[in-house]
Design a protein around this ligand. Structure first.
Ligand code: DOR
Ligand code: ZN
Ligand code: ZN
Length: 425
């Protein structure tokens, strides 16, 4: 299949450029000021006037729920949501049932990826068997089967010696540990950020320290062992500072945050809407501002969704009992564009790097750049289109968003994977 996008603005690594772009045999074959489509046999032409073309977005932190929790999401519905959100490539967390702690589950996910045939899916294997925090999973075998990282996401590995062994093994296999940082004893059943609003609402809070202690521990292990580490979903101002100072002294640490942490504060919990319940919790204005500073100065490398779809029955219960998590794939680009680029905090080029090039770099994945010869993974967006978020319209089975009614800019109009249109057109 041949595809030609005409008159679009390409968002390249170092800036924007008005150009035509030709895709042939799954690759970007030509980037030039003007390419004549009429002369190319069997070529479909997309009018890119007033559209921007980004390197396909990559979300390195998604919960697809299959196998085991298909009532919440499955690999097909999650992939549909991903391409609707502009993602050409996603990485899925292992907290499924069974847990992705062996090569068989990794192989199963890769098989489903090719059956569904929408976006690229990279499985993340668990650090410990069953995410129980006790015995290491089959890290080498999972890598052989296609795992791109290891994580016990949803939980911290509380035993520091197990975490040390995991980091050493992982680095031996050239894989990264993605750390969900939460001291579970200190969280002690907390469901929201501990502060004024938790007191006001009578909801049990969780201190920033519960997150920061584990960020500091995992950085400390990585520094002592001289291995790389990646910190998941940073939510605290103090966590940003710990990572910033570690980077300054040369520790091989990378970090991610999610749109909810730079968009929301815990004022929203006063609604008692269980769609605001997420782990780690949304925090306060000084945290939100520090996360944005961290994105601006490169302390935070990537924006991920932590897409955590849940069914209605998991959320339509009292706040304390509701499941943690937000359905994020279909709102991530617009929330990021609206709250970071449209208001002048960062450039579109920076956003493209944070949502595509950087995750590719962190996990050593192919993609993340628009250049001749690269895989034709592209996201076409209309930045001027204003729309209102409505979770009921999500393709994901998880309708659980705290952003219903939010007015955002930036609509994904077409998602192209290996030169094939997988969404829009
Ligand atoms: O809010 C969350 N939901 N945080 C996690 O760490 C796990 C995730 C889930 O799996 O639902
Ligand atoms: Zn997590
Ligand atoms: Zn997660």
């Amino acid at each position: 299949m041949k595809l030609l996008i005409k008159n679009a603005t390409l968002v390249l690594k170092d800036g924007e450029k008005k150009s035509d772009i030709l895709l042939e045999d799954g690759k970007i074959s030509k980037i030039a000021k003007s390419i004549d489509g009429a002369g190319i046999k069997g070529c479909k032409i997309i009018d890119g006037t007033n559209k921007h073309v980004l390197a396909g977005l990559i979300d390195m932190h998604v919960h697809l729920r299959e196998p085991g929790f298909e009532g919440k999401e499955d690999i097909e519905s999650g992939s549909k949501a991903a391409v609707a959100g502009g993602f050409t490539q996603i990485c899925c967390m292992p907290n499924t049932n069974p847990v992705c702690d062996n090569a068989v589950v990794v192989t199963y996910i890769k098989h489903r990826e090719s059956e569904v045939n929408l976006c690229k899916i990279n499985p993340i294997g668990s650090i410990t068997k069953g995410e129980q925090g006790e015995a290491l999973s089959e890290i080498g075998k999972m890598k052989e089967a296609g795992a791109v990282a290891i994580s016990d996401d949803g939980k911290s590995v509380m035993n520091s010696n197990i975490m040390r062994l995991a980091m050493e093994y992982a680095s031996g296999f050239d894989l990264k540990c993605l750390c969900h940082c939460e001291d579970i004893d200190l969280v002690d059943g907390g469901v929201v950020n501990e502060g004024y609003n938790s007191t006001l609402c009578g909801l049990k809070g969780s201190l920033r320290a519960a997150e920061d202690i584990m960020i500091a521990r995992d950085i400390s292990l990585a520094e002592s062992l001289n291995v790389p580490v990646h910190i998941c979903h940073v939510s605290t101002y103090s966590g940003v500072e710990i990572i910033r100072s570690a980077k300054a002294r040369g520790v091989k640490v990378t970090a991610e945050t999610c749109p909810h942490y730079f968009t929301l504060t815990d004022d929203i919990i006063t609604s008692f809407d269980t769609n605001t319940k997420v782990n780690p919790p949304v925090r306060e204005e000084k945290d939100r501002l520090a996360i944005i500073e961290g994105i601006k100065d490169g302390t935070i490398d990537c924006i991920v969704t932590d897409h955590a779809p849940h069914s209605q029955k998991d959320k339509e219960v009292e706040y304390n009992l509701a499941a943690f998590g937000m359905s994020g794939l279909e709102t991530s680009f617009a929330l990021s564009y609206t709250n970071l680029v449209k208001n002048g905090q960062i450039t579109l080029t920076q956003l493209a790097n944070i949502m595509s090039a950087n995750p590719a770099k962190v996990l050593n994945l192919q993609g993340g750049e628009i250049k001749e010869g690269a895989a034709a993974d592209l996201t076409v967006v209309d930045l001027n289109e204003k729309w209102i978020i409505d979770g009921q319209k999500f393709l994901s089975k998880g309708k659980n968003t705290p952003f219903n009614g939010y007015e955002v800019y930036g609509k994904v109009v077409c998602t192209i994977v290996d030169g094939q249109i997988k969404y829009g057109g």
